[in-house]
Write a protein that binds this ligand. Structure first.
Ligand code: ADP
Ligand code: ASP
Ligand code: MG
Length: 409
């Protein structure tokens, strides 16, 4: 007998039929004697629908009101699942984030969980009830409803598992595990039996939206055994865990992540004096805009160029700030480019394999793709490319690093 947290994503609760199927699954685990906590997302498409409704009323609704609206999606599915469980003769109770008291900070739309009051949940579990909790939402100190950012139900699941010391947190979704890259883009992508927290965190941060970044952070920090599984197909899924010492030979690369979320700003002809990078980037930081990749050229003719990337949503604001600074510094030109993508290789095996970067650059050269920027860390290499080459780059790298499913075309 174990304590299991199961989280079901939007497509897994996207219709009454699917909710009934989820109820069967939960019931099966309950029959085996496990204590069950179930976390649900809203029905697929619902959160987008709600955002769209809000925008029809006001272009930029206040984050507080948006949270009040968005939190309704998950309230629908938790109640329906409990009804489906009751119909099957199981005792079950649904709770909103505020009711189980998932206490968060007050950063609406991207709140962080601070504390979970596990007493009420334990009392229900002790009575043999299935506890069904709305994902993606919490409540701040003052009682305001908050949400945890898109994909945040994963984080609710992991946080509950951590708070209650669950034996496993199972994330049920529409793929049967974590793949070497997004299987929607690369047909020959291969399911991984396991991946380390560290690698999964890089994959999620670099664009693989199969798990929310915070969920992986939480799981790593509290060492919550995390498994990604298909909601309706049997299979072992992917276990996300600490580095496995028994696997002597790690492949150089475990996976490839990519995203189109960034945009690039280049300042050309900046007088090459100490402090220019600081002068350009500090007003960006002051405006709370995160900078990702940065490249500065070696000076020629006493001037230099600086290029950096920001989230696409921040491009207009960042560009306005940079134009101001460029004028003050006497720079020649500012160029904004939102048609870029970032493709990244991730793997703890990189630590012990030389030549990963040169193989990556050669592979891209062979298919005639120009690299605009490069950034590396211990277990990842990212390149910024023209976005039209994203799929070609991912496929070429997937096959060059022998990640393809054996037998795939
Ligand atoms: P849910 O609604 O269940 O939370 P998501 O859409 O958030 O589901 O996450 C599942 C999706 O993540 C898959 O359909 C898949 O297209 C995408 N995905 C991106 N990268 C990967 C990857 N490396 N492995 C598996 N799925 C991935
Ligand atoms: N319903 C929310 C979203 O679509 C949270 C989630 O599904 O995890 O982002
Ligand atoms: Mg998700």
């Amino acid at each position: 007998m174990a304590l299991i947290v199961q989280k079901f994503g939007g497509t897994s609760v996207g219709s009454i039929e699917r909710i009934e199927q989820v109820a069967d699954k939960v019931a099966k685990f309950r029959d085996e004697g496990h204590d069950m906590i179930v976390v649900l997302s809203a029905m697929s498409g619902e959160t987008n629908r709600l955002i769209d409704l809000a925008k029809q009323v006001q272009e930029r609704p206040t984050p507080r009101e948006l949270d009040v609206l968005l939190a309704t999606g998950e309230q629908v599915t938790i109640a329906l699942l409990c009804m489906a469980l009751h119909k099957r003769g199981y005792d079950a109770r649904s709770y909103t984030g505020g009711q189980v008291r998932i206490l968060t900070d007050s950063a609406h739309n991207k709140a962080r969980i601070r504390e979970i009051d596990e007493q009420a949940i334990r009392a229900d579990l002790n009575q043999g009830r299935v506890v069904v909790v709305a994902g993606f939402q919490g409540v701040d100190e003052a009682g305001n409803i908050t949400t945890l950012g898109r994909g945040g139900s994963d984080t609710t699941g992991v946080a509950l598992a951590a708070a209650l010391g669950a034996d496993e947190c199972q994330i049920y979704t529409d793929v049967d595990g974590v793949y070497t890259t997004d299987p929607r883009i690369v047909d020959s992508a291969r399911r991984l039996d396991r991946i380390t927290f560290e690698e999964m965190l890089e994959m999620a941060s670099l664009g693989s939206k199969v798990l929310q970044i915070r969920a992986v952070e939480f799981a790593g920090k509290y060492n919550v055994p995390l498994r990604v599984l298909h909601s309706f197909k049997e299979g072992p899924g992917t276990l996300i865990s600490l580095e496995d010492d028994s696997v002597m030979e790690n492949p150089a690369i475990s996976g490839i992540a990519f995203n189109r979320d960034e945009a690039k700003l280049t300042v050309i002809g900046i007088p090459d004096t100490p402090g220019v990078a600081y002068q350009i980037l500090s007003p960006i930081g002051d405006a709370n805009i995160e900078v990702d990749v940065i490249v500065q050229n070696i000076a020629q003719d006493n001037t230099t160029d600086l290029t950096f990337t920001v989230h696409r949503n921040d491009l207009a604001r960042a560009e306005a700030i940079v134009r101001e600074t460029a004028k003050k510094l006497g720079a020649r030109e500012v160029i904004a480019d939102s048609k870029i993508c970032k493709v990244s290789l991730v793997g703890v095996g990189m630590r012990s394999h030389a030549g990963v970067a040169s193989k990556m650059f050669k592979t891209l050269a062979d298919v005639n793709i120009n690299i605009q920027m490069i950034t590396t860390s211990e277990i990842k290499i990212s390149v910024v490319l023209d976005e039209k080459y994203m799929e070609l780059a991912v496929r070429a790298l997937h096959s060059a690093f022998e990640l393809d499913e054996p037998g795939a075309a």
